[in-house]
Design a protein around this ligand. Structure first.
Ligand code: PLP
Length: 390
């Protein structure tokens, strides 16, 4: 296989080596690095999988996914997102990552350009390059003060070769949610261009600010060009189950994605699809308590950052993360994360992992138990103060 040089192992940071050494020594570390919810998969979902296995959902099946599940997704998209999609235009995949991967492989030809809004989920750029080694990645940074979408930057990056723009809200790593004005702006911009919008909405349900989640595909100008990536990993703590889905806005793309699915995954495991089906029976307020816990952690971190001269923080609104600005500390993100881990046994992810322009940031996961989070935030506070003292 031709491997583009952009497809690399995760960055080899001093921080990662130190974390490995500390783990090997069995030191007790507070991890601000976790990318999955802290609650167990709901028991009713586990029961549904076990029951499905006993009932014979253990064989090959339709590559698109079980029709019962796709119909539930259709319903959800209409009710919660204001997006009308036929069940025939949905493909259930082994994880949201696979949904993205199949979509990119279906979309891209050599020389096509993809605009990626950064900081971003570290798999986006490698996935583009796996799908098409000769694709061109154009990164557009969010605004540093508050992480607004840089619509002018996206406008400047669009060319006749642009095949897709990838956005992700609620956002990993900043916790930003897309505003109505940004969704309108994106719609106005892309309407003029013959390209697709890939909207990764995997964190949609983890919304600790209560702001309404906006699906860009609900904007009429975007409905026929948006590929929605979503799944069950984050909302239902099913990260290891590997189940997600993609909506395809036209039959050509659908045909290619379904062929790719047939020749790679065959189908998503059927008993796991039955488990996903059971998530639709969970009560409406199922995530309220968990979102309240994320909100408490976000609030605690905000209070620390607001009072610390080495830190600043644009509020996290959704998803599992907050993205601390550490520029005033004088350290780059690897040195900051390594120092914090070394001195205080707190592991947080260096901003450089999410894009080269983000070495002045640190990602903090909110997905840990409240008391431990407060302890970690206190250690982070002391470490950062020490950097600017005197
Ligand atoms: N998209 C984003 C923005 C993520 O942060 C993640 C996981 O961390 C994924 C997609 C992957 O989701 P899944 O586990 O369903 O493949």
């Amino acid at each position: 296989m031709r491997i583009a040089h952009e497809i690399q192992d995760s960055l080899e940071l001093r921080f990662s080596n130190l974390a490995r050494t500390k783990n090997a020594k069995g030191e007790k570390i507070i991890s601000f690095g976790l990318g999955e919810p802290g609650f167990p998969t709901p028991p009713s979902v586990i029961d549904a999988a076990a029951d499905a296995m006993r009932r014979g959902f253990t064989r090959y099946s339709n590559p698109f996914g079980l029709i019962e599940l796709r119909e539930k997704i259709v319903d959800k998209l209409a009710r919660e997102n204001g997006v009308a999609v036929d069940a025939e235009r949905i493909v259930v995949t082994p994880g949201a990552k696979m949904a993205l991967s199949l979509s990119l492989a279906a979309l891209l030809q050599p020389g096509d350009e993809v605009i990626v809004v950064t900081p971003c989920f570290p798999s986006y750029i490698p996935q583009i390059k796996i799908a098409e080694p000769d694709a061109v990645v154009r990164t557009v940074n969010m605004k540093k003060d508050g992480f607004a979408l840089d619509l002018d930057g996206i406008a400047a990056a669009l060319t006749p070769r642009t095949r897709a723009v990838i956005v992700n809200f609620p956002h990993n790593p900043t916790g930003r949610m897309i505003s109505a004005a940004e969704a309108d702006g994106l719609a106005a911009l892309l309407e003029e261009h013959d390209c697709f919008l890939i909207s990764d909405e995997i964190y949609e349900r983890l919304n600790h600010s209560g702001h309404a989640h906006i699906s860009p595909a609900a904007r009429p100008a975007l409905s026929d060009r948006t590929i929605i990536i979503n799944g069950f990993s984050k909302a239902f703590s099913m990260t290891g189950w590997r189940i997600g889905y993609v909506t395809l806005p036209n039959d050509d793309l659908l045909k290619i994605v379904s062929r790719l699915q047939q020749h790679t995954n065959t189908n998503t495991a059927t008993f796991i699809q039955m488990a996903a089906l059971a998530t639709f029976d969970l009560p409406d307020g199922f995530l309220d308590d968990y979102n309240a816990r994320l909100a408490a952690n976000a609030g605690a971190l905000q209070a620390v950052a607001d009072a610390n001269p080495a830190l600043s923080l644009a509020p996290s609104e959704g998803g599992l993360f907050a993205f601390l600005d550490i520029a005033a500390s004088g350290l780059g993100s690897d040195a900051f994360a390594s120092g914090l881990l070394d001195a205080h046994n707190v592991a947080a992810t260096p901003g450089i992992v999410f894009g080269e322009n983000w070495d002045d940031h640190l990602r903090v996961s909110l997905a840990i138990e409240t008391e431990t989070f407060a302890d970690g935030a206190d250690r982070l506070d002391r470490f950062a103060r020490g950097l600017v003292a005197g």
